[in-house]
Design a binder for this molecule. Sequence first.
Ligand code: G
Ligand code: G
Ligand code: MN
Ligand code: NA
Length: 253
Amino acid sequence: METEQRLRLALRERRFATLLQPKVSLAAGTLVGFEALVRGVRVDGTLVPPSEFIELAGELGLLDQITHIVLEDVLAALPRLRERFGPDVQVSLNIAARQAGDVAFMDALTQDITPDQARGLILELTEDALVAAERFQRRVLPLLRARGLRVSIDDFGTGYSSLAMLSDEIADEVKIDRTFISQVHQRPRSQGILRAIESLCGALGIAVVAEGVETAEELDYLRRHTGIRRAQGYWFARPLPLDELLTGPDPVR
Ligand code: G
Ligand code: G
Ligand code: MN
Ligand code: NA
Protein backbone atom coordinates (compact mmCIF):
# COMPACT_ATOMS: atom_id res chain seq x y z
CA MET A 1 0.00 0.00 0.00
CA GLU A 2 1.22 3.44 -0.86
CA THR A 3 1.60 5.94 1.93
CA GLU A 4 -0.27 9.23 2.04
CA GLN A 5 2.96 11.14 1.58
CA ARG A 6 3.96 9.18 -1.51
CA LEU A 7 0.51 9.57 -3.01
CA ARG A 8 0.51 13.33 -2.45
CA LEU A 9 3.97 13.58 -3.99
CA ALA A 10 2.89 11.50 -6.99
CA LEU A 11 -0.05 13.87 -7.49
CA ARG A 12 2.14 16.97 -7.25
CA GLU A 13 4.45 15.45 -9.84
CA ARG A 14 1.60 14.01 -11.91
CA ARG A 15 3.15 10.59 -11.82
CA PHE A 16 0.18 8.63 -13.12
CA ALA A 17 -0.24 6.72 -16.34
CA THR A 18 -3.46 5.81 -18.09
CA LEU A 19 -3.38 2.35 -19.65
CA LEU A 20 -5.98 1.27 -22.18
CA GLN A 21 -7.42 -2.24 -22.36
CA PRO A 22 -9.02 -3.13 -25.70
CA LYS A 23 -12.67 -4.07 -25.89
CA VAL A 24 -13.55 -6.25 -28.87
CA SER A 25 -16.46 -7.29 -31.02
CA LEU A 26 -16.94 -11.04 -30.57
CA ALA A 27 -18.30 -11.72 -34.04
CA ALA A 28 -15.71 -9.77 -35.99
CA GLY A 29 -12.86 -10.07 -33.52
CA THR A 30 -12.15 -6.39 -34.08
CA LEU A 31 -11.43 -3.67 -31.61
CA VAL A 32 -14.38 -1.42 -30.69
CA GLY A 33 -12.97 0.56 -27.79
CA PHE A 34 -10.95 0.64 -24.60
CA GLU A 35 -11.24 0.83 -20.85
CA ALA A 36 -8.96 3.42 -19.25
CA LEU A 37 -7.17 1.97 -16.22
CA VAL A 38 -4.94 4.18 -14.13
CA ARG A 39 -1.52 3.25 -12.72
CA GLY A 40 0.74 5.11 -10.36
CA VAL A 41 4.25 5.69 -11.64
CA ARG A 42 7.11 5.35 -9.14
CA VAL A 43 10.14 7.62 -9.37
CA ASP A 44 12.04 4.73 -10.99
CA GLY A 45 9.34 4.43 -13.66
CA THR A 46 7.77 1.18 -12.46
CA LEU A 47 3.98 1.04 -12.22
CA VAL A 48 1.79 0.85 -9.11
CA PRO A 49 -1.53 -1.01 -9.50
CA PRO A 50 -4.74 0.78 -8.50
CA SER A 51 -5.37 -1.76 -5.73
CA GLU A 52 -2.52 -0.06 -3.88
CA PHE A 53 -3.78 3.50 -4.00
CA ILE A 54 -7.38 3.98 -5.20
CA GLU A 55 -8.94 3.26 -1.82
CA LEU A 56 -6.46 5.44 0.04
CA ALA A 57 -6.93 8.20 -2.51
CA GLY A 58 -10.68 7.97 -1.95
CA GLU A 59 -10.28 8.24 1.82
CA LEU A 60 -7.97 11.23 1.51
CA GLY A 61 -10.22 13.00 -0.97
CA LEU A 62 -7.59 12.73 -3.69
CA LEU A 63 -9.37 10.42 -6.09
CA ASP A 64 -11.15 13.29 -7.84
CA GLN A 65 -7.79 14.74 -8.90
CA ILE A 66 -6.73 11.35 -10.23
CA THR A 67 -9.95 11.00 -12.21
CA HIS A 68 -9.41 14.45 -13.74
CA ILE A 69 -5.94 13.30 -14.83
CA VAL A 70 -7.31 10.10 -16.39
CA LEU A 71 -9.99 12.04 -18.29
CA GLU A 72 -7.38 14.51 -19.49
CA ASP A 73 -5.22 11.62 -20.74
CA VAL A 74 -8.17 10.00 -22.45
CA LEU A 75 -9.30 13.20 -24.18
CA ALA A 76 -5.75 13.85 -25.33
CA ALA A 77 -5.51 10.30 -26.71
CA LEU A 78 -8.91 10.25 -28.40
CA PRO A 79 -7.99 11.89 -31.73
CA ARG A 80 -5.06 9.52 -32.20
CA LEU A 81 -7.11 6.49 -31.18
CA ARG A 82 -9.75 7.51 -33.72
CA GLU A 83 -7.10 7.89 -36.39
CA ARG A 84 -5.64 4.45 -35.69
CA PHE A 85 -8.77 2.45 -34.80
CA GLY A 86 -11.60 4.27 -36.53
CA PRO A 87 -13.91 7.20 -35.73
CA ASP A 88 -16.28 5.16 -33.57
CA VAL A 89 -13.88 3.98 -30.85
CA GLN A 90 -15.23 4.47 -27.36
CA VAL A 91 -13.13 4.84 -24.25
CA SER A 92 -14.56 3.91 -20.84
CA LEU A 93 -13.59 5.72 -17.68
CA ASN A 94 -14.07 4.28 -14.18
CA ILE A 95 -15.99 6.45 -11.73
CA ALA A 96 -15.93 5.43 -8.07
CA ALA A 97 -19.17 5.04 -6.12
CA ARG A 98 -18.69 8.13 -4.00
CA GLN A 99 -17.89 10.24 -7.05
CA ALA A 100 -21.03 9.24 -8.94
CA GLY A 101 -23.38 10.87 -6.44
CA ASP A 102 -21.25 13.99 -6.04
CA VAL A 103 -23.07 16.49 -8.24
CA ALA A 104 -20.38 19.18 -8.00
CA PHE A 105 -17.61 16.77 -8.91
CA MET A 106 -19.48 15.15 -11.80
CA ASP A 107 -20.41 18.60 -13.10
CA ALA A 108 -16.82 19.84 -12.91
CA LEU A 109 -15.43 16.65 -14.45
CA THR A 110 -17.69 16.74 -17.48
CA GLN A 111 -18.29 20.44 -18.10
CA ASP A 112 -15.61 20.96 -20.74
CA ILE A 113 -16.29 17.77 -22.69
CA THR A 114 -17.45 18.67 -26.19
CA PRO A 115 -20.31 16.75 -27.85
CA ASP A 116 -17.79 15.28 -30.30
CA GLN A 117 -15.60 14.01 -27.45
CA ALA A 118 -18.65 12.74 -25.53
CA ARG A 119 -19.47 10.50 -28.47
CA GLY A 120 -16.24 8.63 -27.78
CA LEU A 121 -16.66 8.29 -24.03
CA ILE A 122 -18.47 5.97 -21.62
CA LEU A 123 -18.58 6.41 -17.85
CA GLU A 124 -18.32 3.12 -15.93
CA LEU A 125 -20.17 3.09 -12.63
CA THR A 126 -20.70 0.18 -10.28
CA GLU A 127 -24.15 -0.96 -9.28
CA ASP A 128 -23.53 0.10 -5.70
CA ALA A 129 -22.84 3.64 -6.81
CA LEU A 130 -26.19 3.74 -8.53
CA VAL A 131 -28.14 2.28 -5.64
CA ALA A 132 -26.45 4.47 -3.05
CA ALA A 133 -26.86 7.61 -5.03
CA GLU A 134 -30.48 8.41 -5.63
CA ARG A 135 -29.01 11.83 -6.24
CA PHE A 136 -27.16 10.36 -9.19
CA GLN A 137 -30.35 9.60 -10.99
CA ARG A 138 -32.06 12.85 -10.10
CA ARG A 139 -29.21 15.33 -10.54
CA VAL A 140 -26.19 13.76 -12.21
CA LEU A 141 -27.73 11.60 -14.91
CA PRO A 142 -29.63 14.51 -16.57
CA LEU A 143 -26.34 16.42 -16.63
CA LEU A 144 -24.51 13.54 -18.31
CA ARG A 145 -27.32 13.05 -20.82
CA ALA A 146 -27.34 16.74 -21.71
CA ARG A 147 -23.63 16.48 -22.41
CA GLY A 148 -24.03 13.40 -24.58
CA LEU A 149 -22.28 11.03 -22.19
CA ARG A 150 -23.10 7.33 -21.95
CA VAL A 151 -23.21 5.24 -18.80
CA SER A 152 -22.07 1.67 -18.28
CA ILE A 153 -22.78 -0.50 -15.22
CA ASP A 154 -19.50 -2.14 -14.22
CA ASP A 155 -19.08 -5.47 -12.38
CA PHE A 156 -22.72 -6.22 -13.16
CA GLY A 157 -24.17 -8.99 -11.04
CA THR A 158 -21.88 -8.58 -8.05
CA GLY A 159 -23.42 -5.55 -6.37
CA TYR A 160 -26.95 -4.73 -5.42
CA SER A 161 -28.39 -5.54 -8.82
CA SER A 162 -31.86 -4.28 -9.33
CA LEU A 163 -34.10 -4.53 -12.31
CA ALA A 164 -35.15 -0.92 -11.73
CA MET A 165 -31.61 0.07 -12.53
CA LEU A 166 -31.99 -1.47 -15.95
CA SER A 167 -35.53 -0.31 -16.61
CA ASP A 168 -34.93 3.28 -15.49
CA GLU A 169 -32.84 4.00 -18.57
CA ILE A 170 -29.69 4.65 -16.62
CA ALA A 171 -27.40 2.30 -18.46
CA ASP A 172 -26.48 2.21 -22.11
CA GLU A 173 -24.20 -0.76 -21.42
CA VAL A 174 -23.76 -3.48 -18.83
CA LYS A 175 -20.42 -5.17 -18.15
CA ILE A 176 -20.91 -8.68 -16.81
CA ASP A 177 -18.52 -9.27 -13.94
CA ARG A 178 -15.67 -11.62 -14.70
CA THR A 179 -16.72 -14.08 -11.98
CA PHE A 180 -19.55 -15.14 -14.34
CA ILE A 181 -17.17 -15.50 -17.29
CA SER A 182 -14.52 -17.49 -15.47
CA GLN A 183 -14.79 -21.17 -16.54
CA VAL A 184 -18.27 -20.45 -17.91
CA HIS A 185 -18.03 -23.41 -20.32
CA GLN A 186 -18.19 -25.79 -17.34
CA ARG A 187 -20.45 -23.81 -15.01
CA PRO A 188 -24.17 -24.22 -15.76
CA ARG A 189 -25.13 -21.60 -13.17
CA SER A 190 -22.96 -18.96 -14.79
CA GLN A 191 -24.41 -19.99 -18.15
CA GLY A 192 -27.91 -19.41 -16.81
CA ILE A 193 -26.94 -16.01 -15.48
CA LEU A 194 -25.43 -14.99 -18.81
CA ARG A 195 -28.59 -16.04 -20.64
CA ALA A 196 -30.74 -14.06 -18.21
CA ILE A 197 -28.65 -10.89 -18.43
CA GLU A 198 -28.48 -11.17 -22.18
CA SER A 199 -32.22 -11.54 -22.63
CA LEU A 200 -33.01 -8.79 -20.13
CA CYS A 201 -30.57 -6.35 -21.73
CA GLY A 202 -31.63 -7.39 -25.21
CA ALA A 203 -35.24 -6.54 -24.43
CA LEU A 204 -34.23 -3.17 -23.01
CA GLY A 205 -31.77 -2.20 -25.73
CA ILE A 206 -28.75 -2.26 -23.42
CA ALA A 207 -25.39 -3.37 -24.84
CA VAL A 208 -23.66 -6.24 -23.03
CA VAL A 209 -19.93 -6.70 -22.51
CA ALA A 210 -18.39 -9.89 -21.10
CA GLU A 211 -15.47 -9.01 -18.84
CA GLY A 212 -12.38 -10.99 -17.96
CA VAL A 213 -12.21 -13.42 -20.87
CA GLU A 214 -8.97 -15.29 -20.19
CA THR A 215 -9.14 -18.54 -22.16
CA ALA A 216 -10.04 -19.90 -25.58
CA GLU A 217 -12.67 -22.12 -23.92
CA GLU A 218 -14.46 -19.16 -22.36
CA LEU A 219 -14.36 -17.26 -25.63
CA ASP A 220 -15.61 -20.27 -27.55
CA TYR A 221 -18.52 -20.66 -25.15
CA LEU A 222 -19.51 -16.99 -25.51
CA ARG A 223 -19.37 -17.21 -29.30
CA ARG A 224 -21.26 -20.45 -29.70
CA HIS A 225 -23.80 -20.33 -26.92
CA THR A 226 -24.59 -16.68 -26.28
CA GLY A 227 -25.48 -13.65 -28.34
CA ILE A 228 -23.18 -11.42 -26.31
CA ARG A 229 -21.51 -9.14 -28.79
CA ARG A 230 -18.63 -7.59 -26.92
CA ALA A 231 -15.86 -8.72 -24.63
CA GLN A 232 -12.75 -7.68 -22.81
CA GLY A 233 -10.05 -9.70 -21.11
CA TYR A 234 -6.46 -10.87 -21.01
CA TRP A 235 -7.20 -13.38 -23.78
CA PHE A 236 -7.51 -10.48 -26.22
CA ALA A 237 -5.19 -7.93 -24.68
CA ARG A 238 -3.93 -6.54 -21.39
CA PRO A 239 -4.18 -2.88 -20.49
CA LEU A 240 -1.52 -1.19 -22.64
CA PRO A 241 0.16 2.19 -22.82
CA LEU A 242 -1.06 4.54 -25.56
CA ASP A 243 2.31 4.61 -27.36
CA GLU A 244 2.31 0.85 -27.68
CA LEU A 245 -1.23 0.87 -29.04
CA LEU A 246 -0.43 3.51 -31.62
CA THR A 247 2.90 2.19 -32.84
CA GLY A 248 2.69 -1.54 -32.17
CA PRO A 249 1.03 -4.31 -34.15
CA ASP A 250 -2.73 -4.91 -33.93
CA PRO A 251 -3.23 -5.14 -30.15
CA VAL A 252 -6.07 -7.66 -30.36
CA ARG A 253 -5.46 -11.32 -30.96
O1 G B 1 -6.38 -2.08 -13.76
P1 G B 1 -6.80 -3.05 -12.69
O2 G B 1 -7.51 -4.25 -13.20
O3 G B 1 -5.69 -3.44 -11.78
O4 G B 1 -7.83 -2.21 -11.79
C1 G B 1 -8.19 -2.64 -10.54
C2 G B 1 -9.38 -1.84 -10.08
O5 G B 1 -9.07 -0.45 -10.07
C3 G B 1 -10.60 -2.01 -10.96
O6 G B 1 -11.72 -2.22 -10.13
C4 G B 1 -10.71 -0.72 -11.68
O7 G B 1 -12.05 -0.38 -11.94
C5 G B 1 -10.09 0.26 -10.70
N1 G B 1 -9.59 1.42 -11.41
C6 G B 1 -8.67 1.48 -12.39
N2 G B 1 -8.53 2.72 -12.85
C7 G B 1 -9.41 3.49 -12.14
C8 G B 1 -9.76 4.86 -12.17
O8 G B 1 -9.26 5.67 -12.96
N3 G B 1 -10.70 5.27 -11.28
C9 G B 1 -11.30 4.41 -10.41
N4 G B 1 -12.22 4.91 -9.57
N5 G B 1 -11.01 3.12 -10.37
C10 G B 1 -10.08 2.66 -11.23
O1 G C 1 -13.57 -3.35 -11.73
P1 G C 1 -13.17 -3.23 -13.17
O2 G C 1 -14.02 -4.01 -14.10
O3 G C 1 -12.97 -1.82 -13.62
O4 G C 1 -11.76 -3.92 -13.25
C1 G C 1 -10.99 -3.93 -14.35
C2 G C 1 -9.77 -4.69 -13.91
O5 G C 1 -9.80 -6.03 -14.41
C3 G C 1 -8.51 -4.06 -14.39
O6 G C 1 -7.63 -4.02 -13.31
C4 G C 1 -7.99 -5.04 -15.41
O7 G C 1 -6.56 -5.04 -15.43
C5 G C 1 -8.54 -6.36 -14.92
N1 G C 1 -8.70 -7.32 -15.99
C6 G C 1 -8.89 -7.08 -17.29
N2 G C 1 -9.00 -8.22 -18.00
C7 G C 1 -8.86 -9.22 -17.09
C8 G C 1 -8.87 -10.64 -17.22
O8 G C 1 -9.03 -11.22 -18.28
N3 G C 1 -8.70 -11.33 -16.06
C9 G C 1 -8.54 -10.73 -14.85
N4 G C 1 -8.37 -11.51 -13.79
N5 G C 1 -8.52 -9.39 -14.71
C10 G C 1 -8.68 -8.65 -15.82
MN1 MN D 1 -14.24 -1.03 -15.07
NA1 NA E 1 -15.74 -4.60 -14.11
